[in-house]
Design a protein around this ligand. Structure first.
Ligand SMILES: Cc1cc2nc3c(=O)[nH]c(=O)nc-3n(C[C@H](O)[C@H](O)[C@H](O)COP(=O)(O)OP(=O)(O)OC[C@H]3O[C@@H](n4cnc5c(N)ncnc54)[C@H](O)[C@@H]3O)c2cc1C
Ligand code: HEM
Length: 404
């Protein structure tokens, strides 16, 4: 426990740290990676370059510091991050490294403004926050390894089937190399894939949502090829598309994540996806159809056109059931899409459309897609009076803000 004086110092200096947030986090990562290059095997380099991860980690430390005397208030946030950490293999011994370089960066950037008293208070605060993460993660490691079919760390899976779902999305059906059981998962969860790519100095780890229903003897991921336009091509998605063949092995960690379908609720369910964001939503659709056959489900998918529209057959099959309704939005339909009636609405999902077509007073909403898509959906739902408790979403990257 920290004493009252330390708590006051920490809370009163949070704004100062936030003000210098960018400078502190940039310095922190530079120094940490130059002294511990092995950590570049775990961190996502593209997120680093875009600054997404820097902000996520440091902002969470500051946010946690505001609740330093009552960390249980932010337990849901800790758990969400801990899922990601567990799936990546972050261990207790990593925490002192992050703590050391974060404090050094605070000292360097604040200079005179950071007295010994302030630095000492932050060192203690960091330890309290780190202990909270380590303890939540210990339970998760235990659960991942000791559940039925579970395992510790990364396990080898064979690509049993590789299926092209659209011009940009390909599915990989993964079965364990040891032919033993696999852990079950909850619809919406993801796995981490660890790859050594020829010519790359470091290993790369990426998350992929499980796109099929739970309860099978395989896991399925469906990966979009991230072709760079102004930026470099995505490393792992292109490697998976171009180089990984049926029969090859992938190392994956046990399913993780707190974006999960609540099947105890029988209120109408609305699943919205943009592009490859359909992967967790499809798993949820299949799950709801299997375990809550009476539940009213609306599946809304937005894509550019039929060329990039993946897995439509699986949705159409379920939409033959009376209580599942599917809507397809194309923002750039082709002539043949119009001729063949391949979509329901031309353009983007709008607030008015949601208002006219959905039960916004009662339904539970889950969505995933590109950040602009998620921001728009979030704004429309809020506008239509949907409370936070009924809004659930997943980021395909470090969690950010959906507020503009
Ligand atoms: C929980 C979760 C679930 C996910 N589920 C899925 C899923 O089901 N299917 C799926 O396809 N993806 C999913 N993702 C995304 C996936 O993890 C990868 O991020 C994605 O495949 C891209 O990885 P990559 O290695 O190909 O690209 P990276 O090499 O990581 O690059 C990512 C992007 O950054 C850009 N970039 C690279 N370098 C720079 C630079 N210097 N400056 C600016 N931009 C740069 C690239 O052009 C690319 O668009 C999920 C992510 C999370 C967190
Ligand atoms: C108290 C200390 C820490 C805090 C507050 C913290 C916070 C965060 C946050 C907010 C994220 C983004 C989660 C998401 O939404 O996806 C994250 C991801 C991550 N964290 Fe931590 N973290 C801490 C410690 C560590 C340590 C010790 C390591 C390992 C050295 C680590 C490695 C990572 C990695 C590799 C990611 C994913 C990065 C990416 O994909 O870009 N973290 N962490």
């Amino acid at each position: 426990m920290l004493n009252q004086k330390l708590v006051e110092i920490i809370k009163s200096t949070v704004p100062l740290l936030e003000k210098h947030g960018e400078a502190i986090t940039t310095r922190f990562y530079q120094q940490m990676f130059s002294n511990h290059p092995e950590l570049l095997n775990i961190f996502n380099h593209a997120n680093q370059k875009q600054g997404r991860q820097q902000r996520a980690l440091a902002n969470t430390v500051y946010a946690a510091a505001q609740y330093i005397d009552n960390l249980s208030e932010i337990l849901p946030v800790v758990k969400q991050i801990a899922h990601k950490h567990r799936s990546l293999g972050i261990k207790p011994e990593h925490y002192p490294i992050v703590g050391k370089y974060l404090l050094l960066a605070i000292k360097d950037v604040l200079g005179e403004a950071a007295s010994d008293e302030v630095i000492n208070a932050w060192a203690q605060a960091y330890n309290v926050i780190a202990d909270a993460f380590i303890s939540v993660e210990a339970d998760m490691y235990d659960q991942a390894a000791n559940q039925k079919g579970g395992w510790d760390g990364f396990r080898k899976f064979v690509v049993a089937r590789k299926v092209e779902e659209s011009e940009v999305i390909t599915s990989f059906y993964l079965i364990p190399k040891d032919q033993e059981e696999i852990a079950d998962f909850q619809a919406g969860q993801y796995i981490s894939v660890k790859l050594e790519v020829e010519g790359e100095k470091y290993t790369h780890i990426r998350q992929y949502s499980l796109s099929d229903a739970p309860g099978k003897d395989y896991y399925r991921i469906s990966v979009k090829r991230e072709a760079g336009t102004a930026n470099p091509d995505g490393i792992i998605s292109n490697y998976l598309h171009d180089c990984v063949k049926e029969g090859d092995c992938l190392k994956i960690s046990a399913p993780a994540g707190d974006f999960i379908l609540n099947t105890n609720n029988d209120k109408p369910l609305v699943l919205l996806s943009g592009g490859v964001g359909l992967t967790p939503m499809l798993s949820m659709l299949k799950t709801a159809a299997a375990v809550q056959p009476e539940r009213n489900v609306t599946f809304i998918h937005a894509a550019a056109n039929s060329k990039v529209h993946a897995l439509r057959g699986e949705v159409e099959e379920l939409a033959k059931r009376g209580n599942v309704t599917s809507y397809v939005f194309y923002d750039s339909p082709m002539d043949e899409d119009r001729i063949n009636n391949r979509f329901d609405v031309a353009g983007y999902v709008t607030r008015d459309w949601l208002q006219e077509n959905l039960d916004t007073n009662e339904a539970d909403f889950y969505f995933c897609g590109p950040v602009p898509f998620m921001k728009a959906i979030n704004r429309y739902l809020k506008d239509l009076g949907v409370e936070d408790e009924r809004i659930h979403f997943e980021f395909f990257g470090p969690k950010g803000s959906l507020e503009d």
